[in-house]
Structures are given as structure tokens and as C-alpha cells.
Write a protein that binds this ligand. Sequence first.
Ligand code: FO1
Length: 310
Amino acid sequence: MKIVILAGGVGGAKFVDGAVRVLPAEDVTIIVNTGDDFELFGLYIAPDLDTVCYTLAGIASAETGWGRKDESWNALKNATALGGPGWFNVGDKDLGTHLERTRRLQQGDTLTAVTQAFCKAWGIKSHVFPMSDTRVSTFVKVKDGSSLPFQSYFVEQQCRPVVSGFEFHGIEQAKSAPGILDAIERCDYVIFAPSNPWVSIGPILAIKDIANAITKKKVAAISPIVGGKAIKGPAAKMYQELGIEPSAYSIARHYQGMIQGLVIDQIDTTLAEKIEACGIIPYVTDTIMSDINARQRLADEVMKFSLKLP
Ligand code: FO1
């Protein structure tokens, strides 16, 4: 059995961590959102790639879900004392990742090659790909008419601005990273992790060759909205501000035409019928990944459900 998972952020990382406990890790390919990537202190930072890799390597912070465990903050404290930006929390260990990634990119390595090398060093056996080697940057359009770079919206402004849309700069020229189309072609089914549909899964699906390859496959998604609220992050707030009621049903509508199955939480059982009316098969279970066992159980159930999709 070979599977491909589209992921971004903490929810996506937890799900892929469950998946590699169910299938042999080598049979799992993960395509990670890089629309959140940005530069700080002259360094290239890829938060979703790092969140997925740190989680798979068992070195992620359990408190935040992003960054490293047993972290210290000396470099950032020093930089801010000298007048540098302090809004993005780069820890000392994490800083080492950004330094070495930036060095390799500057010497001409692709982001795919750097990610492969880091996975090898961290003992990660699954195949982790950035969605593209060309730069795509997510911007959040806000009600006052301006557009904010994703991390300014998410971290610096704590998701406070009212959202009116999204832009993925560079998306027209972007091609999938080498290896992605092959992995999709060879897989038995594709899963959209319980990541933000607008800013985590959205940029990946906006890359035309990826979206096109996926149409030939069975696809299941897991709703990141549970009981009208996002498990983590601003997904529910984004739906609300865009005039859409945040619900598992809205996730079904969002992915309609791309997925055959949607996994929803038991709290949303009453929405199953409406989801089915969209031509999407619902599967109801406990989707909250509160610990490692819950991640593994959810991944196992999602895989059994995906395999049976028409
Ligand atoms: N998220 C925050 O909310 N605040 C931070 O200071 C922060 C620092 C950070 C450092 C490294 C890293 O890999 C991720 C970090 N994140 C932080 C998370 C990240 O910005 C977002 O979770 C994703 O971009 C959204 O998927």
C-alpha cells in the first residue's frame, strides 16, 4: 500500500505522524505546503516543512507543535536586544536548521534536495517533499484592501485582521517538486490532512500539475473543523469572515469535486446526510488527536475508509 498525504501546519504533522505508525514509513509520501515560507535575519524559513519533519523525527515541541523540544532562545534574545525583530520565535536549535538550509540553498541546492538531506540526518524514512522548488508566497487579503505576507498575518498580527481572500504569489509559474507526480501516480489513494483548507492545503492544490494528477486518484479529506471550531489555528475565523459558516459541511463544499470521502468528528454526526447529498461519502469518528495513540487510531481508520472509496 502506498499513500500520499497533503499537509501543512501542526494538524497535518500530527496526522502524518499517525500514518507512519500504521504503514511502513517508506510507503508514505508527504507533500508539504511552502506558501508559509519567508525570510527573517536573511535566513530562509520553511515552517510547515520543519513542523512535519521535527514531528516525524520526534524532536518537535509538544507544547506548541512547531519548533524544537528542549529549546533555548539565546540567539533571538541577543538579536532583539540589538534592535532586531522579535515577533517570530526562532529558537537556538531551530536556528541551526535555518542556517544550514539557507547555506545549501545559496550554494544552489534545491529545497527538495535540502529536505531529503535533512530527513536522512533526522532518520525520517517517509518521503517528505516541499510542494515546489519554485517560490510560492501566501498573502492574506484583509478588509482594509491591503495584503499581508502570511507570517505577518499569522504570527505578528496573531490572525487579528479580518480576512477577505488569499493570494499565492508565484503560483502561475510553480511546478510540483520533482518526484511528486510519480508518487501520486504510484499511490493507492491521496489524503488531505486536517490542515487549513485555505492556507495549508489550498496552495498545494493551486499548483496545477499536482491538482491535475490528484483528479485521477481516490481522495479522502479529514475535516479540520469540529463542532464549528478549528481544532487549531484560524480556519474557522477565516470561513466566518468570508461569509461561510464554519462547519464540516463547509469543508465538504470546499473540496467538492476533488474528494470522494470526508472524515468528520462524531460531534458533527448530524451533518453526515448533507455531506452525502454533495456526492461525498462521510465517515464519522473521533478526530481529535490528543495523544500518539489517537493519531495512530485516526490514521488507521482514515486509511481503511480511503481504501474502500469508489
Ligand atoms: N507560530 C506562532 O504562532 N508563533 C511563533 O513565534 C512561531 C515561530 C515558529 C518558528 C519556527 C517554525 O518552524 C514555526 C513557527 N511558528 C510559529 C509556526 C508557524 O509559523 C505556523 O504554524 C505555520 O506557518 C502555520 O502552518
